[in-house]
Design a protein. Sequence first.
Length: 138
Amino acid sequence: TLSNNILSGSIPPELLKLSNLNELYLNGNQLNGPIPSKLGDLALHNNTFSGSIPPELGKLSKLEYLYLKDNQLNGPIPPELGNISNLTELILNNNNLNGNISPEFGKLSKLNELYLNNNKLNGSIPPEIEKLSNLEKL
């Protein structure tokens, strides 16, 4: 973990080439640039990441935790995140995300925490949310 330092700039591509790296904890820094899409657990909250959430994150089948809160992310939440079957915590609050909450989130059967507050989401809450039987915090 490299959390809670004063690291800045983008995540070095060399770091992402580490073949056994599964968890990346860089929260509490001043990092920016693109969000990596080839890891297990991602803790990138409390940084200055901007741009959109990469839809490629939906291919990370082993991902259990995705913490992207307190950044400057914008655009819609990719519906592809609904494909992360092992996801238990999806924390996206305090960004500038917009658009609808995808019905695809109803496929996240292991999800127990979903934080989407303090964004610019609109539309209705999809009825598929009722399928999240393990959800404890919304």
